[in-house]
Design a protein around this ligand. Structure first.
Ligand code: ATP
Ligand code: MG
Length: 166
C-alpha cells in the first residue's frame, strides 16, 4: 500500500498529469486506453480502471458528437481521497440543463418520453448516466465563454471499502 492509500507497486511512483487533444472518433479509443493505463498506474484496481475507461469513452464521444473537439486531462489525486481525476472539456454549445442531461433517456435536449424521428435522435441518452454510475463523483459545468467541462473522480479508498463491505 502506498502512503496515499492506493495499492500496488506502481502506485508509489511519481505520476505527472497527462493531456490529450480530442479531434475525431478514434480519440475515444485512445483516450479510453490512456485513462485505463493511468488509473492502474495510480493504483486503482483493474476493474476500476476499466470503469474509468468506459466513462472516458462516453465523455469523449459526447465531445465529438456535440462540440467537435476538446481535450482530456488526467491527474493523480493524493492524500485521503487518493485516486484519479478525469477532466473532459470542450468549447461547444454547452448543455442547457446539465442535471437533466444526466438522467437516463435524455438525449439532445429531449427526454425519452418525447417521440423524435430517428434522424433527430443523437443516441440513447444513457452515456452521462453511465458515467455517473461508473465514477465516484461527476461535475458537469457550462464554461463562461462556451463549452462544457466534466470533472469526474475515481478513488482507491472507495474501491477498497466496496470490496471490504459485507
Ligand atoms: N459535451 C457536450 N456538449 C453539448 N451537449 C452535450 C455534451 N455532452 C452531452 N450533451 C447533451 O446531453 C445529452 C445527454 O448525453 P448522453 O451522453 O447521456 O446521451 P447521448 O449522447 O444523447 O446518447 P448516448 O450517449 O446514450 O449514445 C446529449 O444528448 C446532449 O444533448
Ligand atoms: Mg453520449
Amino acid at each position: 500500500m502506498s502512503p496515499d492509500g492506493c495499492s500496488g507497486a506502481r502506485a508509489s511512483a511519481p505520476q505527472l498529469p497527462e493531456e490529450w487533444l480530442i479531434r475525431d472518433r478514434a480519440d475515444a479509443v485512445v483516450c479510453s486506453q490512456k485513462s485505463a493505463r493511468f488509473a492502474e498506474a495510480a493504483g486503482l484496481s483493474h476493474r476500476s480502471a476499466k470503469q474509468v475507461a468506459i466513462a472516458v469513452s462516453e465523455l469523449v464521444t459526447n465531445v465529438i458528437k456535440y462540440a467537435g473537439s476538446g481535450k482530456l486531462v488526467l491527474r493523480r489525486l493524493p492524500g485521503d481521497r487518493a485516486g484519479i481525476e478525469v477532466v473532459v472539456e470542450d468549447q461547444g454549445p454547452g448543455i442547457q440543463d446539465p442535471s437533466a442531461a444526466m438522467e437516463d433517456g435524455f438525449s439532445a435536449g429531449h427526454p425519452s418520453v418525447v417521440e423524435l424521428p430517428p434522424s433527430l435522435r443523437t443516441g440513447l441518452g444513457i452515456g452521462l448516466g453511465a458515467v455517473v454510475r461508473l465514477m465516484d463523483s461527476v461535475l458537469i459545468e457550462n464554461l463562461p465563454g462556451a463549452g462544457v467541462r466534466v470533472t469526474a473522480t475515481k478513488h482507491c479508498a472507495v474501491a477498497r471499502s466496496r470490496i471490504a463491505s459485507p
